[in-house]
Structure formats: C-alpha cells, structure tokens
Design a protein around this ligand. Structure first.
Ligand SMILES: Cc1cc2nc3c(=O)[nH]c(=O)nc-3n(C[C@H](O)[C@H](O)[C@H](O)COP(=O)(O)OP(=O)(O)OC[C@H]3O[C@@H](n4cnc5c(N)ncnc54)[C@H](O)[C@@H]3O)c2cc1C
Length: 442
C-alpha cells in the first residue's frame, strides 16, 4: 500500500500474498535454494517441508507442519523477521521471497477446526498470563495431553500482542483466529483474574492444578532515569499503547480521550517506538524518534524504518536525552539533549563521545519513553516460598531455566528474561513445557 494511503488508515499496511503468488514463490524457493546460509528458523520450523507442501497446494499439510514449531504462524508471519536472512531468493517480480509471508498466507487460509480431540488425560496445568510465552507453553502442554487453563488479568487475551501492537501490523483477526485455534485445542481461558490478588497460587493447587507456570511478562515500565521525567505528559511508550487500545471510546480504533497535543517525541528506538510513532502520524501528530545511535542502529528492520519515514515519522540520531523541562504547571515543555559522536578508540573499537557544548532542546507536548520493563510481579511477592531477585525476576533453581524456588511453580517469557523479544518469549514458553513435563513425570 502506498504511504499516502497507509497513513490514512489503521488497516494492515503490508498486503498479503495471493494464492498464485504464494504457490509460485514456494516453487521458486525450492528450485533455487537447496541449502540455506546462516542459522535456521529460531523457532525450529522446517521451512523446506512447509514450502514443499505449499508448492503441492497442500495447505492443510503446510499448516500442520508450521504448527509443529510455531503455535501461531499468522502472528509470527506478521511480526517476526524472515529466517535465513543471508539467503536471498528473488521471485519473477524481482522481490525477495519471504518465507514468513508464505507461512502467513497458509495460516490465513486454513480454517480453524475443532482439533481432533487428543487424549487429554494428563494432569491439570495452570498458565498465568496469555502473552506469547504463556500461549506457546499452553499450546505445547495441550499437544502433550495436559489439561491447560490460562489465567489472564486483562479483559483481552494475547498479552502485549493484543494491547500494544498496532492493528496495521497485527490485525485483530490474525490474533483472534490464533486464539480460536488454541481454544479448539481444548485450552481454557479465564480473563479478568489477577493471580496473586483474586486467587493465590495455593488456591490453584487446591483446585487440582499439578503445576503453575508464571508467564506474566515485564509490564512495569522502567524510566529513562533523567531529571524532569515526572512531568505531566511523559509516559512510557507501552502505557501510551495500552491506553490507546484499552480506552476505545469510539468505533474508530485509537479514538480515545488521551490528549497528546501536537508534537510528540519518542525517546529510544526499536519496534515499540516505531509502532507508537506510526500510530501517532496516523492521528495527525508530528512525531520525532530520538535515538543515541546512527540511522543504521534504530533497532528495527530496514523495511519498518523506511515505511515509517515514508509515513512522516522523523528521526533525530546521535542525540542523548538529558532532562525534561517543565512549564509553570508541571507539564512537559522541552527535552534537553546533547549531541553524540563516534570515535575509534585505541583498540580500534567504535565508542560514543559527547560533542562538547552541544546541548540543544526539542519542544514537546508529550514525551514517550522507551526503556524496557521490569517483571510484573507486584501481587506475586506475597506468595510464601516464591523468591525474587533484585531485578524483580523469580529466583530459579540451579540447573533449570524455568523452575522457581516454590515446588511446582515455573516461570517463562519476559518474566525471566525481561529483554526477550517475541521469538525468545515463544521459545521460552516452549522450553518450559519440557521442564514441567519432566517435573510431573517424576
Ligand atoms: C508495541 C510493542 C511492539 C513490539 N514489537 C516486537 C517485535 O516486532 N518483535 C519482537 O521480537 N518483539 C516485539 N515486542 C516485544 C514482545 O511483544 C514481547 O517480547 C512479548 O510480548 C513478551 O511475551 P510474554 O508472554 O513474556 O509477556 P506479555 O506479552 O507481556 O504477556 C504477559 C501477560 O501476563 C498478564 N499478567 C501479568 N501478571 C498477571 C497476573 N498476576 N495474573 C494474570 N495475568 C497476569 C499480562 O496482563 C499479560 O497479558 C514488542 C513489544 C511491544 C510493547
């Protein structure tokens, strides 16, 4: 879709492949690429097997193959980078063939049917949190025959996928069909329940759950740690995105009463910065993403940076935020920054240096900060026997990656690795399945 059209809509920005294109791309990929360079798919998807099934027009088989490693290919296909980045195969239109786009096409085509009721005779397992890590674990456990219930504190399921990702990148249908498939697998979902407050971990055990997996994410925003950050009009990018999603006041998405003014600065890069920026330009705001590195270190794929620039998002590189200046009533006025530069040090390493006397200011009505998050465990701190480290993450038993200090309680996703991205969160959920299974088999 052309930028001028894209920026007037919240509909999906990248148009998917037609059936003809997907089948042809799969065939060309198989003809030209016998071995791939670089690492395989981080989730372990056998993309060659998927492409062989697509090339034969056997989309059901392709989908089953995808599901072996990826519980929600319609989501992954839209938000994860292509596997084998070094492998470049071009189609007849001279476009690089995207395996994720083909996978996404397959997942969008195949209708969700009631799963061929797998015997679910094994123990009951509770999963706390319905983000990618919790959902991946729930899917893996259900595939092994465990009876799984996912408890979610929000009214919507999907964690950050549901309330942070913009609709033009992850449309509601892609997530809802993925959730329907998990429900069809027999997984139960209970929303609007905050575990640790509305029900304790012991209560879950009392209800017959043999193990509990905490997949609560890292939803407590960290600040930038600069003076003036407490000004009205400074908020984390995640808080902004949540408010926009949750307070759907009208029929149009994002038409909430949150007033950000005209000029918005986003301090920090990465997908969440550019997602927020692209929502804001669609709402007619002037947006600048302020980063301390160069154009090539924005923390997003080149295509996302290019699309954002085409839509009107500005980027200020080599700028370090120093402090927020407030007006007389305590609202954001300007962001004070300093210019950075690069220098090669004695060991030939590139280092950042501050340009002397380079302070400058940028006016802002709102400043969104991108500084990551801390584990979301406020209510779990009261659980006797569950220990937490100083960074907020649960203490894990030595020799394990998911088993906590409290017997039968496991943890995964951003709760244990606060910087984990989507694929790492999914893999963590998948790995936790192995440790839970081992624990329950003893
Ligand atoms: C806007 C945005 C864009 C992003 N884009 C990308 C991207 O392009 N690529 C990428 O790799 N990563 C991206 N990420 C990061 C990625 O989304 C996260 O890595 C991933 O969502 C972490 O998954 P999780 O399951 O650990 O946690 P979450 O998705 O945060 O899910 C945790 C869930 O637990 C629930 N919960 C918390 N406490 C409780 C409790 N006590 N009881 C019940 N429920 C509870 C929460 O409500 C939440 O639903 C992005 C993040 C954001 C915010």
């Amino acid at each position: 879709m052309a930028a001028a059209k894209r920026v007037r809509t919240f509909k999906e920005a990248r148009l998917g492949l037609s059936k003809g294109e997907a089948l042809e791309d799969a065939k060309i990929f198989l003809e030209r690429e016998r071995s791939v360079k670089g690492e395989g798919c981080p989730l372990g998807t056998d993309f060659f097997a998927v492409m062989r099934a697509v090339a034969k027009n056997d989309l059901a088989a392709a989908y089953e193959k995808l599901l072996e490693a990826d519980p929600f290919p319609a989501v992954t296909g839209r938000i994860a980078p292509d596997p084998y980045p070094e492998t470049q195969v071009f189609n007849r239109k001279s476009q690089k063939i995207s395996l994720r786009a083909i996978a996404c096409f397959v997942a969008d085509q195949v209708r969700v049917k009631k799963a061929s009721a797998q015997p679910r005779s094994r123990q009951k397992v509770a999963v706390v949190g319905s983000g990618p890590a919790g959902l991946a674990a729930a899917s893996g456990l259900a595939r092994l025959g465990f009876r799984v219930t996912v408890f979610e504190s929000s009214h919507v399921l999907g964690g950050t996928l549901s309330y942070c990702y913009p609709l033009f990148r992850l449309p509601e249908k892609a997530l809802s069909t993925s959730l329907s498939r998990l429900q069809a697998q027999g997984i139960e979902f209970v929303s609007n329940i905050l575990i640790g407050r509305d029900a304790g971990i012991q209560e879950l055990f009392d209800q017959g759950f043999a193990a509990v997996l905490l997949a609560c994410g890292a939803g407590v925003p960290k600040g930038l740690g600069i003076p003036g950050e407490d000004a009205a009009g400074v908020l984390s990018v995640e808080s902004f995105l949540k408010l926009r999603h949750w307070m759907k006041a009208g029929i149009e998405p994002y038409s909430t009463p949150l007033d950000v003014g005209r000029k918005v600065l986003i301090v920090g890069g990465g997908e969440r910065a550019f997602d927020a920026a692209r929502i804001l330009v669609r709402l007619g705001r002037t947006v600048t993403v302020v980063v301390s590195g160069s154009d090539s270190a924005l923390g997003v794929e080149a295509a996302m940076a290019r699309e954002a620039a085409e839509e009107g998002v500005k980027v200020r590189t080599f700028a370090r935020a120093l402090r927020v200046q407030k007006d007389h009533v305590g609202c954001v006025k300007v962001l004070e920054c300093e210019h950075l530069d690069y220098k090669i040090d004695g060991q030939g390493q590139l280092t950042t240096v501050v340009q002397p006397d380079s302070d400058f200011t940028m006016e802002a009505d709102t400043i969104l900060t991108v500084a990551g998050g801390r584990p979301d465990t406020l209510f779990l701190h009261r659980v006797p026997g569950l220990e937490f480290a100083s960074d907020g993450a649960p203490v894990l038993k030595s020799g394990t990656r998911h088993e906590t200090s409290l017997g039968g309680v496991f943890a995964c996703g951003q709760l244990t690795e606060p910087d984990a991205g989507f694929l790492a969160a999914v893999n963590s959920g998948k790995r936790a399945v192995g440790e839970i299974t081992k624990f329950l088999e003893v």
